[in-house]
Design a protein around this ligand. Structure first.
Ligand code: FAD
Length: 329
């Protein structure tokens, strides 16, 4: 089986497999990159990170939400996480995805949910990061941010370097705390750079721009070339450590996470937790199929093979039907 980026991206968007994975739990191998399924487990992971000088951004996993009840459940859960951060006094903030709070159902309903979350977090001085999803959700997410930033200053978001329009976006949002990433979704050629060199070049350009002109910068990457470049850039431009941080995902390059923290850089780990881990996990495999090596042998148990096998079937059928449509045109 050829485990390509397209293959894992297709799996990440498969609603049926998402449901199946929720039922089967983390036994499929994702526990290496997901910090538990409930709040106490997640808090223990965050406490361990904090004891190593690392802060956390907590993601209550969830996407493909098309039922109001599910969005409300997610909102309640995130409110509990905010309470847990406060009660346990951990060094952490929240990352969330607008689609989990109902963006695909009704933007006004989603705004109401987000307002409750941002308001509760504001009360405890907790920062909320709006993760960025695929292009279809880009402008709707910025509309929500524009609306909420009229009332609250504890929000920030993500700039995805693969989009051609990212330099306009970063300029518009330079007064926000921004996480800058390469971009995790599959986007078409008319919207986004496709080649690694182009994406990397734009990524460095955006990071440098925000470090020089913007508010706080979170450089979210596992790429040591980028990290080394940033270290040199901040030294040469006298940018102090309190203007930026490095971020990586939970379970990835732990040695490098600890090294950067011990060198005195601010370091924040993205800590996903919950039952809805499947789309998140498949996107990590799409970025780097070698990430399969990260997870234990359990990944290749009978259930996982069924899951990947079913996904492969759906992927191949999808490809065949696209090819057939093209030849009929
Ligand atoms: C904290 C965080 C939050 C994110 N939030 C978002 C978001 O909101 N929206 C979004 O679209 N995307 C998000 N992403 C994903 C991001 O867009 C990229 O898809 C992802 O980070 C992969 O790109 P990379 O920069 O890490 O390195 P890559 O381009 O994948 O890798 C570059 C090089 O780095 C090295 N490398 C990478 N990974 C490893 C590893 N595990 N072990 C050893 N070497 C490695 C290799 O030499 C590799 O060739 C987020 C990423 C992080 C870390």
């Amino acid at each position: 089986m050829n485990l390509t980026k397209d293959f894992f991206i297709t799996l990440s968007q498969n609603k049926l497999l998402t449901k199946g994975a929720k039922r089967w739990g983390l036994q499929l191998g994702a526990q290496t990159v997901v910090a538990g399924t409930n709040i106490p487990e997640m808090i223990r992971s965050v406490q361990e990170l904090n004891s190593q000088g690392i802060s956390a951004t907590i993601d209550n996993l969830g996407e493909f939400v098309f039922e109001k009840s599910e969005a409300l459940e997610a909102k309640e859960q995130i409110l509990h996480v905010i309470e847990a951060i406060h009660e346990n006094g951990v060094d952490a903030h929240i990352s969330l995805k607008p689609t989990q709070l109902g963006l695909d159902i009704d933007a006004h309903f989603c705004l109401g949910n987000l307002r409750e979350i941002v308001h509760a977090a504001h009360h405890y001085d907790i920062f909320i990061n709006f993760d960025m999803e695929d292009y279809g959700h880009l402008q709707p997410s910025f509309d929500l941010i524009d609306e909420l930033s009229k009332e609250y200053d504890n929000i920030g978001t993500v700039i995805q370097a693969y989009f051609y329009q990212s330099d306009e976006i970063i300029e518009k949002y330079k007064d926000f705390r921004l996480r800058i990433v390469k971009g995790a979704y599959k986007e078409p050629e008319n919207l986004a750079y496709q080649g690694k060199n182009d994406i990397d070049k734009n990524y460095l350009k955006l990071i440098e721009y925000h470090l020089l002109n913007g508010k706080f910068t979170s450089i979210a990457t596992h790429d040591h070339h980028v990290i080394n470049h940033v270290k040199k850039f901040v030294r040469e431009n006298n940018i102090s450590n309190d203007k930026f941080e490095f971020q990586m995902l939970y379970g990835f390059r732990k040695d490098l996470q600890l090294k950067l923290a011990s060198e005195g850089y601010n370091f924040c780990t993205y800590v996903p937790f919950g039952h809805d881990w499947y789309g998140y996990f498949m996107r990590r495999l799409a970025e780097r199929p070698q990430n399969l090596q990260l997870v234990s042998k359990q990944l290749f148990n009978k259930k996982t093979n069924t899951l990947i096998g079913l996904g492969a079937g759906a992927f191949i059928l999808g490809r065949l039907s696209k090819q057939r449509k093209k030849s009929e045109e």
